[in-house]
Design a protein around this ligand. Structure first.
Ligand code: PEP
Ligand code: MG
Length: 576
């Protein structure tokens, strides 16, 4: 019998494939005395062999897909695993104390981890993360709950998981992973955002997917409606295959807008740009006719490697993006780590409220100034290869913006003094994603070149509703008049100073948002590449003058639902 799971529509599209359950194994280890240490040592040896074989496969796969340098991470893991000192110490521990294999391994690994973590040399400190990883992998084999390597999936599946971290999502191979369904998460959690940019249909926040689905069950994911069907009837599969075809037809219709400018029916011009997380997404930007990159989330560059990318590595990535968009603008956001995006090699203490905690620009202006300056230098050096704009995330106070800008200008002056070419026309802006900065946008507007509204965070902070928590996802209300009023304040403040405002939060790509944002006077929209053509098509049918009337009326409504109904009515009248 078909079972239906309702969740949050995280990434549009329909997929039908077999379930692949992704469990996070419990790797908790306790001390257990054993009668036969020899048996434990043979368990350990088998686990090492199995881990070795995994690492070998991963190394080959990553080297093939991403080049030799990326494969080096696994080469390093193999070397550590083969280090006789490490594993002999584990065996001595098992023998000497008559303890189980996993306990012996955890004791010795913890000792090495503490030792490496306390070293001054950054390179050695990063080895601690390697040992953690290796020890996890071997422990999983000892306990009989092997880790799943997402990048090794080689058949068409729909992933079913408690949650996917952004780095899990980054490993997904679109050819095989046709969709995913998670228990937790919201529309603006980063795994959902990445699913949209990779065009993988996804439903999140179903609460019970991992309990309700068995390996191999047939699954339909409807990422438009947030529905998942488990073991659907033949009829239902037929219905959804038809829906898939209709969607393809619709996409063909939108593709007519690929070479067009983004203009309303009364000739008002805006820019529609794409959000990216890595240079590898450039193809999507071009294929979808985006007019540049409105948000390059650089933290993924930091998350993809085991250690902080060097200035040269960053320079190459930024140059690639600037050159890859045919001289169109690229807005690069400086490191926005924290919240749901972790960096294993940045020692960040666990926090009660990570989204309200030590993250993004707060880290860059305090404990990680050098990391920040390295990024700024890489950006400045790359600036001559295109039309670069730089913005800072999570700005709450004018002082933060001033300090960040001053550091950028200092690095620029040093580079210029050293004879390095740097562009003279880099615009310097900020994200508006904290209500405090929206409220005094008039003050900020005197100092910035542009604003980009990050509605994912602006909504979570305005509504006091964690963007990762499906229990409060009903408070993610982009159309709430409170949000619209903040958006208006920011746009008006920028225009009063002759500056421009963009929006790079997910709201910018919402179908019903375009009419309101046009009416409010937004200058630039930045969204998942897959939404660009649809938005351009919608905008082409709207008149700015009508949308101004709509926005004025919407600002006076008291609930989100009233605003949504008003927009729907207006669109129906305009036959959009
Ligand atoms: C936002 O907060 O809207 C935004 C674009 O940034 P991120 O989603 O990366 O936090
Ligand atoms: Mg944000």
């Amino acid at each position: 019998m078909t079972m239906q799971l309702k969740g949050i529509a995280a990434s549009g599209g329909i997929s039908i494939a077999k379930a692949y359950i992704l469990t996070s194994p419990n790797l908790e280890v306790t001390e257990r005395k054993v009668a036969s240490p020899a048996d434990e040592i043979s368990k350990l040896d088998q686990a090492i062999k199995a881990a070795e074989s995994d690492l070998q496969k991963l190394k080959e796969k990553i080297t093939n897909d991403q080049g030799a340098e990326a494969g080096l991470i696994f080469e390093a893991h193999l070397t550590i695993l083969a280090d006789p000192e490490y594993m002999s110490a584990v065996k001595e521990k098992i023998n000497g104390d008559s303890v189980c294999a996993e306990y012996g391994l955890s004791q010795v690994s913890d000792m090495y981890i503490t030792m490496f973590e306390s070293m001054d040399d950054a390179y050695m400190r990063e080895r601690a993360a390697d040992i953690k990883d290796i020890s996890r992998r071997v422990t999983a084999y000892i306990l009989g709950v092997p880790l799943v390597d997402l990048s090794l999936i080689d058949e068409k599946v729909i992933l079913i998981a408690e949650d996917l971290t952004p780095s899990d999502t980054a490993q997904l191979n679109k050819e095989f992973v046709q969709g995913f369904v998670t228990n937790i998460g919201g529309r603006t959690s980063h795994s959902a955002i990445m699913a949209r940019s990779m065009e993988i249909p996804a439903v999140v926040g179903t609460k019970t997917a991992t309990e309700s689905v068995q390996k191999g069950d047939l699954i339909i994911v409807d990422g438009f409606a947030g529905e998942t069907f488990v073991n659907p009837s033949v009829d239902l599969v037929g219905t959804y295959k038809k829906k898939q075809e209709e969607h393809l037809k619709q996409k063909l219709e939108w593709s007519k807008f690929i070479d067009k400018k983004s203009v309303t029916a009364d000739n008002h011009h805006v820019e529609i740009m794409a959000n990216i997380g890595s240079p590898s997404s450039l193809a999507g930007v071009l294929e979808n006719g985006a007019e540049g990159v409105g948000l390059y989330r650089t933290e993924f560059l930091y998350m993809e490697s085991e250690e902080s990318p060097t200035e040269d590595e960053q320079f190459e990535a930024y140059k690639k993006v600037l050159e890859g968009v045919n001289n169109q603008p690229v807005v690069v956001r400086t490191l926005d780590i924290g919240g749901d995006k972790e960096l294993p090699y940045l020692k960040m203490a666990p926090e009660m409220n990570p989204f309200l905690g030590y993250r993004a620009i707060r880290i860059c202006l305090n404990s990680e100034k050098e990391l920040f300056r390295t990024q700024l230098r890489a950006l400045l050096r790359a600036s001559i290869y295109g039309d670069l704009k730089i913005m800072f995330p999570m700005i709450a106070t004018v002082e933060e913006f001033r300090t960040a800008k001053a550091m950028l200008l200092e690095e620029k002056a040093k580079l210029v003094a050293a004879g390095v070419s740097v562009s003279d026309s880099i615009e310097i802006g900020m994200m508006v994603e904290i209500p405090a900065s929206a409220i005094i946008a008039d003050q900020f507007a005197k100092e910035v070149d542009f604003f980009s509204i990050g509605t994912n965070d602006l909504i979570q902070y305005t509504m006091a509703a964690d963007r990762m928590n499906e229990g409060v996802s009903y408070l993610y209300q982009p159309f709430n008049p409170a949000i619209l009023r903040l958006v208006k304040m920011v746009i008006d403040a920028s225009h009063a100073e002759g500056k421009w405002t963009g929006m790079c939060g997910e709201m910018a790509g919402e179908e019903l948002a375009a009419p309101l944002l046009i009416g409010l006077g937004l200058d630039e929209f930045s969204m998942s590449a897959s939404s660009v053509l649809r938005t351009r098509s919608i905008i082409s049918k709207l008149k700015k003058s009508d949308m101004e009337v709509l926005a004025t009326e919407a600002l006076q409504k008291s609930t989100e639902i009233e605003v949504v109904e008003l927009v729907q009515k207006t669109l129906a009248k305009a036959s959009v």
